[in-house]
Design a protein around this ligand. Structure first.
Ligand code: 13P
Length: 287
């Protein structure tokens, strides 16, 4: 069932668990994530970066594929199709293409401009029944071409953006896209607590979910995080399983080169990663 992410995240915040956003790149990714969500009776958010949208030939292809898969696979758990780190133009394209949720990442604009653009997009998204995420304080590292410095968000700016009627808020708290460096200082729970205090019921989003230790994830959920984004970890498990298959020479045995066989171990590895994350985030059985 394709839905906006509003209700599932309100429920998650109230129930002290988080819904995973797993980024998709192609059919295998999407199929693995949807199948796992259904098997575990968990709500799920499919994240699509602008780069991934382009790779899949455009947002309409993505939206039509996801809707068709939900139908053909009999997916009954709530699924949101969400633009990840969207530009202003990208948000409009996804609204038109049939997404159920968008993120406007205005964190690189001065706060006044971020407020102004977010406000406009809230109105448009809500009029079309979509949920909308906004960002304050950039997430460090690189997400498909979107580079952030990784500064912690200012809780007062978070409140200003939250008050615009957005549905969930991404705030930088020392989190980084991609693998965490050896000398990473960890999440700033003081910042998170201050943001939660200012924004109250607003579900908070933790980007850069790859490689954050389980105890930090649990503490972040306790402090108001209701959505956690994971991308790199699925890429790593897909790559490792594919490498193992090829290095074992399995693509040379029989019809092992058949793409459906070649990509099967990677697809199974994504399912395993998604399952681990859903269990850790506490969303299993919450559909
Ligand atoms: P990772 O790639 O670090 O898991 O981050 C994903 C993300 O935050 C997508 O917005």
């Amino acid at each position: 069932m394709l839905v906006s992410a509003t209700e599932m995240l309100k429920k998650a915040k109230a129930g002290h668990y988080a819904v995973g956003q797993f980024n998709i790149n192609n059919l295998e990714w999407t199929k693995s994530i949807l199948a796992t969500a259904q098997e575990l009776n968990s709500p799920v958010i499919l994240g699509v970066s602008e780069g991934a949208g382009k790779y899949m030939t455009g947002f309409k292809t993505v939206a039509d594929m996801v809707k068709a898969m939900i139908e053909e696979m009999n997916i009954t758990v709530p699924v949101a199709l969400h633009l990840d780190h969207g530009s202003y133009d990208g948000c409009y394209k996804c609204i038109k293409a049939g997404f159920s949720s968008i993120m406007f990442d205005g964190s690189h604009y001065p706060i006044e401009e971020n407020v102004e653009k977010t406000k406009e997009l809230v109105k448009v998204a809500h009029a079309m029944g979509l949920s909308i995420e906004a960002e304050v304080g950039s997430i460090g590292g690189e997400e498909d071409g979107v580079v952030g410095m990784g500064e912690c968000a200012d809780p007062n700016e978070c409140k200003a953006i939250a008050d615009l009627g957005i549905d969930f808020l991404a705030a930088g708290i020392g989190n980084i896209h991609g693998k965490y460096p050896e000398n990473w200082q960890g999440l700033s729970f003081d910042t998170l607590a201050a943001i939660q205090e200012k924004t109250g019921e607003m579900p908070l989003v933790l980007h850069g979910g790859t490689g954050i230790p389980a105890d930090m994830i649990k503490k972040a959920i306790d402090l108001g995080v209701a959505k956690i984004n994971v991308n790199t970890e699925c890429q790593l498990s897909f790559a490792a399983a594919t490498r193992e298959y090829i290095e074992a020479g399995k693509d040379q045995q029989g019809k092992g080169f058949d793409p459906r066989k070649l990509l099967a171990p990677g697809a199974a590895a994504i399912k395993e990663t998604v399952k681990e994350k859903m269990e850790l985030f506490g969303s299993v059985g919450k559909a």
